[in-house]
Design a protein around this ligand. Sequence first.
Ligand code: NAD
Length: 261
Amino acid sequence: MTQLNGKVAVVTGAASGIGKQIALTLARSGAAVAIADLQQDAAQRVVDEIEREGGKALALAMDVTDEQVVDAGIERVVATFGSLDILVSNAGIQIVNPLESYSFADWKKMLAIHLDGAFLTTRAALRHMYPAKRGGVVIYMGSVHSHEASPLKSAYVTAKHGLLGLARTLAKEGGPHGVRSHVVCPGFVRTPLVEKQIPEQARELGISEDEVVKKVMLGGTVDGEFTTVDDVAQTVLFLASFPSAALTGQSVLVSHGWGMR
Ligand code: NAD
């Protein structure tokens, strides 16, 4: 597949899990891809994998909450590959705790990574996309939790809902510049972020790990199945390569039917 030949993408949080699969998928479709992540060694391994397959990639050490680092990182992508067409704002973490014991520091950390990170990377990207007059697309990694709430996840649910507002505002502001935006909303995907939550939720909710998986994580699906990293990456590829603004400002659930709307 070559529908992204000549395009340049930045994927944040691309050293692991969903972001890594998105980076590999965009690269296999012809895009040059910057792997932006805190984990430099792991980011370099993704670059090596893309280059072994004949693709183009760049490892970017980036903390998405750091304004100067984000601005410099996006500059470097443009200097290296000549443009920027696709931003996938995907970096994220999870901290579960009931509201009454959720620490303010954890709340601020969650909002910083998910919302400040989305804003800073978007702003830096638009400063290149608008003057280049090539259009572009920004895809935010939301969640079914962009539309639904679950106990213990106050900061995550708040942040993921917030991304809908950012994406819809960008769809309106970016429209005249040919820049589209979307939120992709996965159900549970078995990445390190989710593996860590299974024992944590079992402890907090007083149920077994098996019950966390079957009832809490997959209870709302139509078939009891996890969503896969490839399901999410294929959705991002579809939205990134869609040819017009007929599709913009949308949130797309990829969740085995959990949270249909
Ligand atoms: P993951 O832990 O496998 O990967 C997250 C990556 O983000 C890691 O490589 C990590 O180093 C990076 N990261 C964390 N903080 C960062 C920062 N400040 N700056 C730059 N990079 C940073 O997690 P994942 O499951 O692949 O999650 C990716 C995204 O998908 C997150 O936004 C998450 O909320 C979302 N999501 C995940 C699921 C799921 O079930 N796994 C479901 C819905 C949405």
